[in-house]
Design a protein around this ligand. Structure first.
Ligand code: PLP
Length: 359
């Protein structure tokens, strides 16, 4: 058995061990093909089946009918920052954005290349320590864009604003498929795979017929969502290995009891750590407002930067890896995505208690 650490990396991040074992087992000879998934034609019956099953498992787990298209694109979520306004915004139109941190700020920057941006809400003034509640936007906005979970600052929408007739677009890169939602509220969802879904490479885009019909004409073929929807993501060579593993991860989510199952586990995990923070507020200093706390990325500071360095070094020594906060925030960040086990979180909690006693 490989010597695996408990991996709190923000992304690329830990994957379910059961999934990695399937990948390992199927790697050299995929279901009798005599080749690995990486070596099979993306036009073969083998890949066709992977692609169809990957689309189907997303619809099933998220509760979407076939008016929702599931696309597997390249370029990461960062490319979607540009493709969304390229397809739906124009010079004389306005898109609304809620700015809740670095990722939304980057999305806003791209949108401004294509048209007007209305800031529907922002927590920038308090260094993104909460999710704004006073969200307002014009009725004729071409869409309202949200970032459901802020991977860097550790905040998360606990519920989503009602966008009325304005299409709702959401970057769910770091919390897709982690809790129960009505996903039919959204017209377009995108997520880079490498946080909660699988290895980097594939970017999942979920878009409904209504939104698809609004894609601008005249964009380069690869930058038009219709191209990918019409060809079931097989217009060009998709990131095959990533799609295959994303499919396995979603099947794993289903086996955990689907969204209800992972939600239950994720609540137990985040509460274990937030309780410690609440019990020791002078020592484990939470960086965000309690009502905006992320279930996926828990951020906190210690009384000094020296202690933070020591904490990270000793944690690494103890097999708890990836706890350093993002360079723009500092402190500690524990990313506890779907694939992080409760045992892993319990070990972190024990380590935190021991560290506090000793320091
Ligand atoms: C990581 C992340 C991104 C960027 O993803 P890439 O795939 O690296 O482009 C965008 N949005 C959020 C919320 C993220 O966590």
């Amino acid at each position: 058995m490989a010597n695996r650490v408990i991996n709190f990396n923000a992304g690329p991040a830990t994957l379910p061990l059961d999934v990695l074992k399937i990948v390992q087992q199927e790697l050299l000879d995929y279901k009798g093909a005599g080749m690995s998934v990486m070596e099979i034609s993306h036009r073969s019956k083998y890949y066709d089946q992977i692609n169809d099953e990957a689309i189907a498992i997303f619809r099933e787990v998220l509760g979407l009918d076939d008016s929702y298209h599931v696309l597997f694109m390249g370029g990461g979520a960062s490319t979607q920052f540009a493709l969304v306004p390229m397809n739906f915004l124009a010079k004389d139109k306005t898109a609304a954005y809620v700015d809740t941190g670095s990722w939304s700020s980057k999305a806003i920057k791209e949108a401004k290349l294509f048209g007007n941006v209305h800031l529907a809400g922002s927590s920038k003034e308090t260094n993104f320590d909460h999710i704004p509640t006073d969200i307002d936007f014009p009725d004729d906005a071409v869409y309202l864009h949200l970032t459901s979970n802020n991977t860097i600052f550790g905040t998360q929408f606990q519920s989503f604003p009602d966008a009325g007739n304005v299409p709702l677009v959401c970057d769910m890169s770091s919390d897709i498929a982690s809790r129960v939602h009505d996903f039919t509220k959204f017209d377009l969802i995108y997520a880079g795979a490498q946080k909660n879904l699988g290895p980097a490479g594939a970017t999942v885009v979920i878009i409904n017929d209504k939104m698809l019909a609004k894609c601008a004409d005249g964009n380069p073929t690869m930058f038009n969502y219709k191209t990918h929807a019409d060809k079931k993501s097989l217009y060009n060579t998709p990131p095959v290995l990533s799609v295959y593993i994303v499919k396995l991860v979603m099947e794993w989510v289903k086996a955990q009891g689907g969204l209800a199952g992972v939600e239950k586990a994720n609540i137990a995990k985040k509460e274990r750590i937030y309780q410690l923070i609440d019990l020791n507020p002078d020592y484990f200093r939470g960086t965000v407002k309690p009502d905006s706390r992320s279930w996926m990325n828990i951020t906190f500071r210690l009384p000094s930067e020296e202690l933070e360095k020591k904490f990270i070094a000793e944690a690494t020594e103890a097999g708890l890896s990836g706890l350093k906060g993002h360079r723009s925030v500092g402190g500690i960040r524990a990313s506890i995505y779907n694939a992080m086990s409760k045992e892993g979180v319990d070990k972190l909690a024990q380590f935190m208690e021991d560290f506090k006693k000793a320091n």
